[in-house]
Every structure is written in C-alpha cells, then in structure tokens.
Design a protein. Structure first.
Length: 354
C-alpha cells in the first residue's frame, strides 16, 4: 500500500502548524536577546591551538544469534585526525531484555577510559558530559544474572570507579567539555518563557512549550554569535539509581555527588561562521561568568574546525566518529569469525536474520 496524496498533505500541514508559530516568535525573542546583551561575538576571542585538544567518541556493535549476543565496543581519542588512544571492550551474553543497557554500559566505560588517558589535553566528548555516567549507572540495573556478571567484570577490569573520579577531576578542572549532537534541553526556553511571560500570546506560549533549545536558538543566531551561557542545571540530576544494597551503586552515586554539587558548569550554543543552518552546543566549565571568556575561546576553536555546510559538526568530531565506527566493526568481525571456528553450536554463532 502506498501513501496517498491526502495522507501526505495532512502530514505536511501538521508539520507546518508545529513550526509556523516559531517563526513569529523569532523577532520577539531576538529583540529580547539584543536588549539584554545575551548575544556574544566569539570571532575576536583568543583561539586555542587545535593540536592541544582531543576529541573522544565511542561505538558499539553486536552480532545477535538465537541464543547469544556478541558485543564489541570502543572508545577512541584522537588529535588532528590521528588516533592516539583506543580502548576496546567485548562481551557475550544471553539474549535478554538487558542487551541495550549492556551495550550502552560497555561503550560508556570505553569512552570514559579513553577520555582520561592523558591530562595534558583539552578533551571534547562526543555527546553530553553526563551521558556516559548515566549509561554506566544504568548498567548496574540489569536483572539477568549472566548480563550482570558481564557488567561487573567489565567495570572491574576497567577500574571504573577510579576512571569516573578522574573524569570528574578533569571535568571540574575545565579540561573536559562535551559536544552533544542532539539534545532535548529546554533550559533557555524556560528562561525565555519567564522573561517574556506578559509579552507572548497564548499560541506563542504553547509553541514555545513544544520547542527544544537547539532548533529554537538556531533560528535566532547569526554566524559568529554565541548565546550567553547558562548554568547546566540539568547535570545536578545525574545520579546512580539501582538496588540500594548494591555497594557499587552507592560508590558511583557518591562520585556523582561531586557533579551535582559543582558550580561553574555551563551550556552554550554558537552558530559557526561556515555553518549558517545549525548551532553547536557546548557543555563546559566556565571560570569567568562575567566575560564568559572560556566559552568564547572554545567556540573560536571549534569554529575553525567546523567546515560546513554539509559537515554539521567540527572536523575532529566527525573524524573520531568515523575512526570509532571502523574500529568497532573490525573488532566485531574478529569476534564473530573466531566464534564460528571455535564453537559448533550454530545457535550461538549464526545471525538470527537472513
């Protein structure tokens, strides 16, 4: 059955209805930003040397059979397009509802390990600052005993708690920042709604409530501009939730308490000079909340790496993403090839799909 013109027309009308009020908001919001000095020019800021920065990304791949899931994960750190450190993780577990959490926990552990491999670089994480912390905490909530054993072994071998504390040390010292590609944050929208409570129509308020920061901010900024950073209040919700009698959960949550209590971690969006259709988000530690010099310097560094218009992220972020995907694919191929030779049970080695 093919889609009818009527169905497609209804879909387009709905999309137009959802985005149209946003266009009417743009002039009001931009005027508010200009009046309050919330738009900053980062193009004249000091630009750090790109060679002093590294980018970290992870990847995970699996091969699922009728009885087992074979997993490969990597965390890769590289500078100037050259891989300098890679951490690999592997697991095999029974097929269960815990597979997704095992995948995420395995990759997050590799990412954290790669991010803490050295202390003389500014490190940019692909994704949010709290994303790998949340994933390793959720790994402790699996219920399948074999999957739980796999998670425990991986965390033990990686010295996870030590790695988490080192990660937090460097994050809170301003040496780790993050570049989320997608997010659902509404922190700026909350600020706009409060400041303009008496200036918006009911339709505009409803439209604002439906929006997320990134697409809305993208309609307000010009290339070369950065929105005044806001405190990353959402990081105060980072916690480890798992059975209370699990000492590993308590230890992780104690570590995460450092992030919940931290001050100075900020969120900012900037529009690159060569990417007029998208804003880039930074999560980072700001030492001067008057001039926001740290955020402006990071935006200048990342702007030089953002080539646009087809490449929608800084070059080093794209390169490390590709490197991680290549490595994890090669590792999984090695695992499955070895399994096919070592095991006679096809239910444990043959993929369940044609």
């Amino acid at each position: 059955m093919t889609l009818t013109d009527e169905e497609l027309g209804h879909l387009m009308e709905t999309a137009q209805r959802l985005v149209e009020p946003v266009s009417g908001l743009s002039e009001i919001l931009r005027t508010h930003l200009d009046d309050t000095g919330a738009v900053l020019d980062y193009t004249t800021s000091r630009r750090p040397d790109a060679l002093s920065a590294a980018c970290v990304d992870g990847a995970v791949a699996d091969h699922q059979t009728d009885s087992l899931v074979w997993l490969s994960a990597v965390g890769v750190a590289q500078t100037d397009g050259r891989p300098e450190h890679a951490v690999a993780g592997t697991a095999v577990a029974p097929v269960s509802g815990d597979t997704d959490r095992l995948r995420a926990a395995l990759m997050a552990t590799c990412e954290l390990s790669a991010a803490t491999a050295w202390d003389d670089r500014m490190v940019f994480m692909d994704g949010g600052l709290a994303t790998p912390l949340i994933s390793v905490a959720q790994g402790l909530t699996v219920t399948d005993p074999d999957v739980a054993d796999s998670v425990e072994r991986h965390y033990r071998d990686a010295h996870l708690l030590d790695v988490v504390h080192t990660y937090l040390d460097r994050l809170l010292d301003g040496r780790i920042a993050a570049l989320p590609k997608q997010d659902t944050a509404t922190g700026y929208i909350g600020q706009f709604a409060t400041a303009l409570r008496g200036s918006l129509s009911d339709q505009q308020r409803r439209a604002l409530q439906r929006m997320r920061d990134r697409p809305l901010v993208g309609t307000l900024m010009w290339p070369g501009e950065m929105l005044r950073p806001r405190p990353a209040a959402e990081l105060a919700r980072t916690e480890a939730k798992a059975p209370e009698d699990n000492p590993a959960t308590a230890a992780l949550d104690d570590a995460y308490g450092r992030l919940r209590a931290a001050t100075g971690v900020h969120v900012a969006y900037f529009k690159p000079t060569r990417l007029p259709t998208r804003v880039i988000k930074i999560e980072y530690l700001e030492s001067d909340t008057t001039s926001f010099s740290d955020g402006l310097a990071l935006a200048a560094l990342l702007d030089a790496q953002t080539l646009g218009p087809r490449m929608k992220e800084p070059l080093m972020q794209h390169q490390v993403d590709q490197a991680a995907k290549r490595l994890v694919t090669a590792n999984l191929s090695t695992i499955t090839g070895t399994a096919a030779r070592a095991l006679e049970d096809q239910a444990a080695t043959d993929h369940y799909r044609t």
